[in-house]
Design a protein around this ligand. Structure first.
Ligand code: ASP
Length: 299
């Protein structure tokens, strides 16, 4: 079958136009994914697309990540491959801008599905990744300074409630082998408490991929997405529905049970059809359009 891929650039950060760098960043991520899938699998495609976004510094992941209440970078990521429900997540990563590659290494080289904290540095070295101290981007440092200066914002426990979502990245794909795959990467939520791990490290919540159903990747308020097992829910809907309807179902469920303004999701089914839905103001997404022979984006 022909490879199919869709990426998201996060739900909740508001609408932006074609001239915004994130618009072009999503298009380039899709191109990176399609190129990788010409030679490799769906998993290669999703890791390449997310890896591009981590490196770009344009999104809330990798070099562009948001900051904790203490002004530090702590990254979460996960990958999943649908053939045997293989997958792994990593949390509180502070040693590499590419936690998605670390998650792939954990999936392919260990028995575990979740690894967090300082030990990630050892695994990153074993994975051959460059390890370094993560420095907040200039844009993130500026935003943090403004937030901290505002007296109303002095209490991180209250402050985190104001910033529920934004600019996390994720992707789902089906390669020419027909196997669905998913990958996600994030700095989490602005002003999150140090040590907090969100949905993007948790299989079933931030991502899910099942060879009999399809793949899904969520974005939004991680705590609500975990409560609703949102990506697993979307995949289960694909037992009866195509990708678009499954995405809508999952968002209808979280809206009904947890309120609106908290989530978005992208999906791909076994026929390679893609879907997207969100209950936030906007969600950047881009996918490969086979008829046009190029990537297209919508916000
Ligand atoms: N889901 C991410 C988290 O809560 C945030 C986002 O998607 O913007 O860590």
């Amino acid at each position: 079958m022909r490879p199919s891929i869709i990426v998201h650039g996060g739900a909740g950060s508001g609408k932006y136009g074609r001239t915004d760098k994130r618009y072009g960043g999503m298009i380039q991520a899709v191109e990176a994914g399609i190129t990788a899938m010409k030679k490799g699998s769906g998993l290669d495609g999703v890791v390449a697309a997310v890896g591009f976004m981590e490196e770009s510094g344009l999104f809330n992941c990798g070099r562009g990540a948001c900051l904790t209440a203490q002004g530090e970078v702590e990254l979460d990521a996960a990958v999943m491959k649908g053939d045997a429900l293989s997958g792994a997540g990593v949390g509180n990563v502070t040693c590499t801008y590419h936690p998605v590659s670390l998650a792939r290494w954990v999936m392919e080289n260990t028995e575990h599905v979740l690894v967090v904290g300082d030990s990630c540095a050892d695994y990153a070295k074993l994975a051959g990744l460059k390890t370094e101290r993560l420095v907040p981007s200039k844009a993130a440092s500026k935003k943090y300074a403004v937030m901290r200066k505002d007296a109303e914002y002095s209490d991180a426990l209250r402050l985190v409630k104001k910033f529920r979502t934004g600019d996390t990245v994720g992707t789902v794909a089906v390669g020419s082998d027909g196997i669905p795959a998913a990958a996600v990467s994030t700095g989490g939520r602005w002003m999150k408490l140090p040590g907090r791990v969100g949905d993007s490290a948790i299989l079933g919540a931030g991502i899910f991929a099942d060879g009999k159903l399809g793949a899904a990747c969520a974005t939004g308020t991680g705590e609500e997405i975990i409560r609703c097992a949102l990506s697993m829910r979307a995949c289960q809907s694909m037992a009866r529905d195509e990708a678009g309807a499954a995405a809508k179902d999952a968002i209808a469920y979280i809206s009904k049970t947890r309120g609106r303004g908290n989530a978005g999701i992208i999906t791909v089914d076994l026929k390679g059809r893609v879907g997207a839905a969100f209950n936030t103001e906007a969600m950047g997404r881009a996918w490969w359009d086979d008829v046009k022979g190029r990537a297209v984006a919508r916000i």
